[in-house]
Ligand binder design. Structure first.
Ligand code: VOV
Length: 247
């Protein structure tokens, strides 16, 4: 049997994709729309204060294309907190004008393929990666993925050493994009339909295409990666929200 790799697990993650019911929004009275936006602003402020206390992190994104209009991405120390937060959002007036588009439940994950003998509980760099305050970079790309289990291309039947070599080459490709793209890998085995969520943050949207394309040629992606739907979008400040919703 091949040996599993140990994972370090950090904050829990909920990617909550919504579609706006523009017809209902347009039909609503201006006071109703204003009240909905005011209530939502208060919720965003609450998320901001959680982030200031470093008890979690949140991002609001506008999604391009018909798969969704908005992404609310929240990271929290426990899954219960995410569940509470989701419920709170669902009870807002604003949520009455949204339809669920997609959601993804996972936990920030680091695998110890590249373990360097650091103590994960005290090492500040590892802790910052496990409990990431989302960088305020302009663009986001999210997709779920699996590692293939088919015939000779079965990731889970390979030795840890061989998997480690492929992951090393993967990391080498990724590091070429240092400063351009930040990746946050979240593990979702047992939580959601795919094995990992890949979230990329960048200053230039084109760099997502360049990185994902280049990685397709790495053996680990070429032989083993299966991909779900891709979502791409732009970060929004809470102050931009009223003009985004202006009709
Ligand atoms: C900025 C780009 C970038 C960089 C630097 C990077 C580096 C690294 C390192 C060093 C490691 C291993 C240790 C750890 O940190 O866990 C990983 C781990 C992982 N990655 Fe990665 N990855 C990137 C980017 C990056 C992308 C774009 C993808 C999607 C693949 C593609 O083809 O579309 C991806 C996937 C993953 C996954 C699913 C894992 C977990 C695999 C497992 O079996 O456990 N990743 N990744």
């Amino acid at each position: 049997m091949s040996e599993p790799v140990e994972t370090l697990d950090g904050w829990y993650s909920l990617h909550d994709f919504r579609t706006i019911d523009w017809t209902a929004w347009k039909l609503a009275a201006p006071e109703e729309r204003e009240a909905a936006l005011h209530e939502l602003k208060q919720l965003f402020e609450k998320w901001e204060s959680v982030e200031e206390r470093k008890d979690g992190s949140s991002g609001i994104y506008s999604i391009v294309g018909q798969k969704a209009d908005l992404l609310f991405w929240n990271l929290r120390p426990t899954m219960e907190e995410l569940n509470k937060l989701e419920n709170e959002l669902n009870k807002t007036k604003f949520a009455e004008f949204t339809l669920p588009a997609y959601s993804y439940v996972s936990v920030v994950e680091l695998s110890n393929y590249m373990a360097q003998g650091k103590d994960p509980d005290t090492d500040p760099e590892i802790q910052a990666r496990l409990k990431p305050i989302l960088p305020k970079w302009d663009h986001i790309c999210f997709y779920p993925m699996d590692k293939r289990r088919m015939g000779d291309d079965n990731w889970y039947m390979m030795s840890k050493e061989d998997r480690g070599k492929l992951m090393y080459a993967h990391g080498k490709t990724g590091r070429k994009y240092a400063g351009k793209i930040r990746q946050i890998i979240t593990g979702s085995i047992g939580f959601d339909d795919w094995e990992w969520g890949v979230t990329l943050l960048g200053h230039d949207v084109l760099q997502f295409k360049k990185l994902v394309y280049e990685m397709r040629f790495d053996e680990v992606s070429a032989r083993f990666a299966e991909f779900g739907p891709f979502y791409v979008g732009h970060r929004m400040e809470k102050e931009q929200f009223p003009s985004y919703m202006q009709v």
